[in-house]
Design a protein around this ligand. Sequence first.
Ligand code: ZN
Length: 511
Amino acid sequence: MAATAYLVAPTLPPDYHRIVSPTLCIPSNPQISVPVGLLACQRNPLLLSLETTVVSVSVVQPPPETAVGARKSKKKAVVAPEVPKEPLLHVLLHDTVIFPEGGGQPTDTGKIETIADGVSWEVIQAKRHGGHAVHYVRLHSGIEVDAALIAFQPGAKVIVSLGQKDWDRRYDHMSMHTSQHLLSALLETRLNLPTLSWSLTSYPSPCYVEVPRGMTQEEITLIQVEANRLVFEGRKVHIEVEELDSEKEQAKEAPKLANGRAIGKALPADYTGGVKRVVIIDGVDRNPCCGTHLPTIHNLQLFLLPHTEALSRSATTSARLYFLCGPRLIAHLTSTHSSLTNTASNLSCGPPLVPERVSQVIDERKKAEKRVSDIEQELAEHLARDVVQQIQSSKEGSLFKKHIHRTDDATNALGFLSSIAFAMSAALPVDGAIPYVVVLSSSPSTQTTSSVSTVLVLGSNDSKVKAAGEGMKAKLGVKGGGKGPRWSGKFIGVWKAIRDDAIVDEVLENI
Ligand SMILES: [Zn+2]
């Protein structure tokens, strides 16, 4: 990930995390695990490390990769770091700064230091099991499983943290996720376009929201301008939590489009944490979500890619609107700027002149290609005329045989040899009164063991043509085949004029 200067507030505003229910409290008993919804990473998304205690541990053999996992990896969405085939520790802590996947946001990676022995353990994923975040910890190769279980015995003190790489990854995810809330809210309120789904793609690709229809350039500009006005104002973000009334939530009918397609994501059916969590962007949006979100949208300039990708989905055509912000926007600007300046330098012009110069170069290339093709045609006719004259002045009744080898760096050598063959056929009488077999071959000017030389055999007698082709196949190792009066093939390696021309002559001699 490219280095980026983050302008994050160093401390979290004290009113970022608001418990709005008088009866909800964060469990303080270290033997109890804080439920997902109230985790430290959700209360303070800027927290990098936390001293806490182990609640439980187990050794688990990961199941073989399922079809679902395989299908997921084909999509562009962020793929969770691969789970190794060897057993893992599943560690439940009292609290954590490592976010388990949810709300469209992928899992964090991180580490846990067991304080008693000072060993640092890699957390490759965290996943929500029911209402709790379980850390998938990689076993150390030098530490026995039993010793690892002792290091993580319930009550053991640990420091759970995000390293620089883990934090860069999380910061990117939080930036894109927070922007997605802003973008979806504006699409909904300004254009009445609900977000059907969204995807947090792998860095540094743009993420996208899926909307029910394609958007015009004016609509995209309107949303971008409005979003960046709010970003400039630096609207604050805060979280409100209360007890979840599961029955009430489950009874709520998820909003649907006329075609029956559900809008957005419902509360996962297996969530048992009991916490209702709402993310609020001041004056813009209130949205239930379990993800981590920055405390403000300032510094999250939003760039909407000026194209939407239409998707055909049964009865309707939805579209993807791609967006960038934060570290990804900087990565995008850096890479597009570097492509532009490199191209400008190759074209010896300033960046603003690149589109004009590229059009000019394409135009010139088309003209040059046309001229090469015309001259090739003229040359083919000239070469053909020469051979035809030799055929016509040869001894009547005997088979005329000739091999012509050319050195030519043509991109389509067979095409050029075919033009010669075509011009010859056109110039010779159709009755085949003068029998002939001609071998045309062409090699590039610089040859290596993998170079390709092209061979074309043509003649007035199909069986003689075939015999010449088969002869070269057997004696020269030419790979090819043909039908009727044409046989073509390829010779791989260095075509040595003295040796290989002599073999062709010998083949022609024997037909
Ligand atoms: Zn969210």
